[in-house]
Design a protein around this ligand. Sequence first.
Ligand code: ATP
Ligand code: MG
Length: 581
Amino acid sequence: MRLSKAYVPTLKEVPAEAEVVSHRLLLRGGFVRQLTRGIYTYLPLGLKTLNKVADIVRQEMNRAGAQEILMPMVQPGDLWAETGRWEFYGKELLRFKDRADRDYCLGPTHEEVVTDLVRGEVRSYRQLPLNLYQIQTKFRDEIRPRFGLMRGREFVMKDAYSFDRDEAGADASYRAMYDAYCAIFRRLGLEFRPVEADTGSIGGNFSHEFMVLADTGEDTIATCQACEYAANLEKAEVVVPVDKCDCGHDCPAFSEIPTPAKHTVDELCDFLGIEADTLIKTLLFDVDGAPVAAMVRGDRELNEIKLKNHLHATDVKLASPEQVVAWTGAPVGFAGPVGLKAANIKIIADRELDFECGWFTGANKADTHLKNVDLRRDVKLDAYADLRNITEADRCPRCGGEVKLRKGIEVGHVFKLGLKYSQAMNASFLDENGKEQIMVMGCYGIGVSRIVASAIEQNHDADGIKFPPSIAPYEVALLSLAGKDPEVAEAADKLYAELTGMGVEVLYDDRDERPGSKFKDADLMGMPMQLVLGGKGLKNGIIEAKDRRTGEKRELKLADFAGEFASWRRTVRQGWGLGVE
Ligand code: ATP
Ligand code: MG
């Protein structure tokens, strides 16, 4: 493509609304434009990259035996009523009515539609397993659409759904998708980790999220340095030490200490001159309408999802100040496990709290704390449970190796659904014995448009984007520094034709611009290989080549251009962990 003719409206100024680097660079580089909150138009360069991502996803899905279909974006409300999601899916579901006053929604996901399709057609075990997928625009009326393509309201997703005869079949389908996802993210040239993810209330089944590692990611994942283990924070199990303290639980009886207006852990530690790991933090929650007190050590973070899973709850929220006062009999900031007022309150302690005694805790009394609390002796606990976030000081729950916390962006999700939708919608088949059975399902999503943003979050510098070769809009940026020199212009035209003839996609900067602004734009737009032809080089029979990822430069001989280019291309792709396709 000749840049002089391309619609690539680059921007000099960084748009104020863009908070993250991928959003800024996608706007500045002329890849996308926002129409309205969370809704974007893809310009030619943006669309090329989006399509390349989609193509890789499509090829690997097909290779894994999934079949592509295209389902409607508009879905009837009746179908969603069958699974109960018409009611339970939050405001992200954009609901509307047609002229006959019937309910509809814009598809945020397609479990209902695909299950409806299959239950009407698949009758026999011989037609299973079946895996159907689509690549399509989804709509979710996100509460906070932000970060450009990272969290849009309208976005492109690949969603696949598998149907199997039994659990073993569903496990095999799941494994095939897991492997396909690994192949996809490798081919995209991204550093990624599959992590064990929370399955929420569905329990018993399993789920992995695929994370692109990037410091700007919203998710924290725990990874083991020694083995393959990686898990989301809410899933990463904390292993508590086996050796209990040898105090014999005979510390002195607890007693009150005055702590005027010391509400927070920090204030309290400063005031008493103690360390945060000697006190217990008590947090109060409204769990499905019932009061719960959950405790972790003062220097730890409680994970609400761990609490929710432990209680098999559906809704966990922090208690309101009014509830705190009612349940503890004290103002906010003085809650503790001893002498809570609410009679029916459940008290749950993080497992770690079982290994020490002599704790400082709130006294459920204004401006007062307790010292020398022993949970075993002084409190009627409902349970010890794994409630806190893992830290880098903890050990890997699998192998005992060292744990590192990394930031990541969720780009894919594989989920074994089991019977959840097939049962609700009666998707059944006749087995070998003519007996009716319910299909076992799985669902598998990939955020195609989010991948574009994640690739940039992971690969950029101060000058712009560094696209992996497999998804760059063009593999090569050819810069002609011809100025007024027709010989250079002619030689550049010839090279452009030669490269194109070799099947290489080239963005040819043939504009009448200063070299400086051509260099800047090439770095901004991020094609992985830059070729720069100037008057001096042409005279010496060479063209300058720059690897956008490393910044490394080399000179290619024009006399043996095809050969030198091919070997340089191999080097660049290898640097990205990619072979030559
Ligand atoms: P998140 O937790 O980020 O909201 P999710 O768990 O709701 O995502 P899924 O329902 O698992 O998302 O969707 C499959 C994939 O679609 C996600 O892994 C993600 O890559 C992508 N995705 C989800 N929501 C958005 C969005 N608002 N904008 C862009 N991509 C999205
Ligand atoms: Mg998800």
